[in-house]
Design a protein around this ligand. Structure first.
Ligand code: NAD
Ligand code: WQD
Length: 337
């Protein structure tokens, strides 16, 4: 069975590729390498002993997409990761984000709907903004997006829902990820941020390694137990397995609705200070950090009610926070910055 992964050499896509290959699927990866490196293919091969098909191409190029779907007309499922993901960059370059994130999706949907190929879409907990209730359920009302990046996820979800209504044979799952962290246990693939990391865990591991002088903890007086923000940090391998189980669920036609939406998180809310302590416990390394001003636009607390995906698809996170942080550290030590 051939599965197409767009953005498959990126952080999450590369982990999904390994799980799919380990489950006996044939994998076709497309990626334009704008935010990844060709060496990731070696990591995937090392872990799985298998060689996925790879095509370097842009999913927002119509003729390349026509060629792709001509060449792989027997593709059974699609997992779509190819997108830009920096919130701050999206504020300064909105058109680039709308073009890439929505242009690529629409071209993909043209092919997926006409051939009724099931689709898994990378959405984000960013669509909830600051939720009124915690933990966050999928039926929580969505908030106005606070960045063009967030808009591309909200609009992307809507476009897919409309396609599922219009094309009765087309089915999709929208996965709203909480905060993916960590790396494969082999430390052969992981997150490779370009430039100064915006996200907490890569910034923290680079600080412990001595590449950054100190980790600034954004905000210390929030209305939370220790005054710092709360998130739901999920091991990227757990997240990868959620994709494969969601895809299998669609392929076996177990879905009751044409478009279903699921949170992918652990269900545990963890503060920034708790995460720092968990890292120190897991690795024996101390983290240099200092309190700092709040980061504009930060949500105070967001963590998932992850019961729907467990009940309907049978997926549940299995790694602890310490395991995820230890894997992030093992990966950090192998990166050449
Ligand atoms: P990533 O940047 O590591 O991976 C995305 C990959 O897509 C990269 O390899 C990039 O080169 C490729 N790509 C981008 N535009 C492309 C195009 N037009 N054609 C072909 N390839 C293209 O990001 P990631 O962290 O793996 O995220 C994957 C998806 O998950 C994204 O859609 C992102 O918005 C979403 N997501 C990520 C997070 C997170 O915290 N990492 C959270 C929620 C949702
Ligand atoms: C986590 C916590 C920060 C860095 C972002 C995107 C979101 C989603 C996931 C894609 C927050 C604090 C961070 C630092 C800190 N991506 N922090 N010092 O903000 O939950 O979400 O990534 O969809 O759309 O916005 O993740 O890792 O940036 O921050 O104190 O140097 O760590 O304030 O509380 P966030 P993050």
């Amino acid at each position: 069975m051939k599965i197409l992964i767009t953005g498959g050499l990126g952080y999450i896509g590369s982990h999904v590729a390994t799980v799919l290959l380990q489950n006996g699927m044939d994998v076709i990866i497309v990626d334009n390498l704008e935010n990844s490196r060709i060496q990731v293919l070696d990591g995937i091969q090392f872990i799985t002993g298998k060689t996925p098909v790879f095509r370097q191409m842009d999913v927002s190029d119509a003729s390349e997409m026509n060629q792709l779907f001509d060449d792989f007309s027997d593709c059974a499922g699609i997992i779509h990761f190819a997108a830009y993901k920096s919130v701050s960059e999206s504020v300064s370059e909105p058109l680039r984000y709308y073009d890439n994130n929505l242009g690529g999706l629409q071209l993909l949907l043209k092919h997926a709907t006409s051939k009724a190929i099931p689709l898994i879409f990378s959405s984000s907990c960013t669509v909830y903004g600051q939720s009124e209730t915690l933990p966050i359920r999928e039926d929580e009302p969505l908030k106005e997006a606070t960045s063009p990046y967030g808009s591309t996820k909200r609009i992307g979800e809507r476009i897919i829902e409309d396609c599922c209504k219009a094309y009765p044979k087309f089915n999709a799952i929208l996965l709203r990820y909480f905060n993916p962290i960590g790396a494969h246990s082999s430390a052969k693939i992981g997150e490779y941020p370009i430039g100064i990391p915006q996200n907490l865990v890569p910034f923290l591991t680079q600080t412990v390694r001595g590449i950054r002088p100190i980790l600034k903890v954004f905000g210390s007086k929030y209305d939370t137990a220790d005054g710092t923000c709360i998130r739901d940090y999920i091991h990227v391998v757990d997240l990868a397995e959620a994709h494969v189980e969601s895809l299998n669920y669609l392929l076996k036609k177990q879905n009751s609705e044409a478009c279903e939406v699921y949170n992918v998180g652990t269900g545990n809310g963890v503060s920034v200070l708790e995460l720092i302590r968990a890292f120190e416990n897991a690795t024996g390394k101390s983290v240099p950090y200092e309190p700092s001003d709040p980061r504009p636009g930060d949500t105070i607390a967001a963590y998932a009610d992850a019961s729907k995906i467990e009940q309907k698809i049978g997926w549940k996170a299995r790694y602890t926070l310490e395991e995820a942080l230890l894997s992030a550290w093992e990966w950090e030590k192998r990166i050449n910055h």
